[in-house]
Design a protein around this ligand. Sequence first.
Ligand code: FAD
Length: 407
Amino acid sequence: MKIIIVGAGIGGSTLALSLAQLGIDYVLIEQAPALTTVGAGIQLSPNGVRVLEQLGLGEQLKQFCTEPDFHKYSVWDTGETVLKTPLQPMVKATYGHAYYHAHRADLINLLTAPLDSSRLLMSTRVASVEQNEHSAWVTTTDGHRIEGDVIIGADGIHSIVREQVFKSGSPRDSGYASWRGVIDSDAISHLDIPVSACVDMGPRLSFVYYYVSGGKKFNWLALGRTNDPLRESWSQTATREEVIAAFDGWYDRPKQIIEATPTIFVTALHDREPPDSWVNGRVALMGDAAHAMLPYHAQGAVQSLEDAWVLARTLELRGDSPLVALKHYESLRYDRASLLVQQSRSAEGWYHVDTPEQIESRNARFRSTSARLEGGFSPQQHWLYSYDADSAALGTDDEWRALRSWS
Ligand SMILES: Cc1cc2nc3c(=O)[nH]c(=O)nc-3n(C[C@H](O)[C@H](O)[C@H](O)COP(=O)(O)OP(=O)(O)OC[C@H]3O[C@@H](n4cnc5c(N)ncnc54)[C@H](O)[C@@H]3O)c2cc1C
């Protein structure tokens, strides 16, 4: 059985590594001339770290990640923390895997370095996707036809595989944007910022920040409404003055961090309605192509890691029938990822309340949640973190029961 993977992002690269580990033939097609790295941080919860460790990448991962001690949600004007949930060391003790913060460049290097270069086609853009009863093939923009048994669209939010085979609408502009920067930690050492996953929440704006690169770098992200016609892009820049101006009236920390940032990037935030199905015959979707979500739960990439292992494992288990394997993959993954698309959309409201009354009510709710959890995990964290992609693929997990309790 030969698998054609379109797109070598976090999802497609992890699928390639998973297939290689299970001895399944594949070709990985990427339009970019090089697997370039984006200057931004990424949060990796234990459900994703579990997949990376299963692929034998745990030791290397540990070298460049930081392990935050808590998730901390604080108030914009005083800096008071109103909700705190544990991470290191409790998350590892409870779920067997750490919660990490990483620089995306390090993560992409980790995933792409072990790829078999003879199976990786760079500078190759897929233009069309077709299939018949016996096989499936892509045609590239330079006219080459590449044939296999199965095609996986891991080609991101603007997926051509999704557009051609599933014909399911366009990305939805949320009206919000994310400004971000990565700086040397030395530049903010005088601020004494803890090694936590920090979120400061204000009116219409929130500020997320944490250390990456083993503590050597520091990553921040501001999320707020925009009226500018922004693109979705990892390379569009914004001025420091305009971002600092948005934090007028806030306590000092966000402004001090932004002031220390040489280059600020901005991207519009989009998600997509889940398509009716991720599978059509020999063609399936994964990652953002299947379930592009807003970043409020930091799960987009992590879900693509889960997809990758479950998909590779179902292809291994049902190698005799790729069509059955793909449908099985969909049945195991669709509800969880689609629910996260919706949950991430709902969280947008929490991050961007407006009036003083709404802010007070949010603070009160966060304080009471913090008290109720008594230093433990929330039910949503438990649902997310306890997911074991291998048990899910084998059907020995509790996911269907957990999902029923959510819906
Ligand atoms: C501001 C922000 C913060 C985020 N923070 C987090 C976080 O903390 N944790 C987390 O888990 N997620 C986070 N995410 C989400 C995460 O970035 C995405 O979910 C993840 O990168 C998706 O990976 P992917 O491999 O599915 O798609 P992509 O990374 O988009 O990769 C798709 C690949 O396909 C290639 N491609 C596209 N079309 C073609 C074609 N026609 N032919 C060949 N190749 C093609 C592209 O060049 C690309 O390499 C965040 C997102 C944003 C916007």
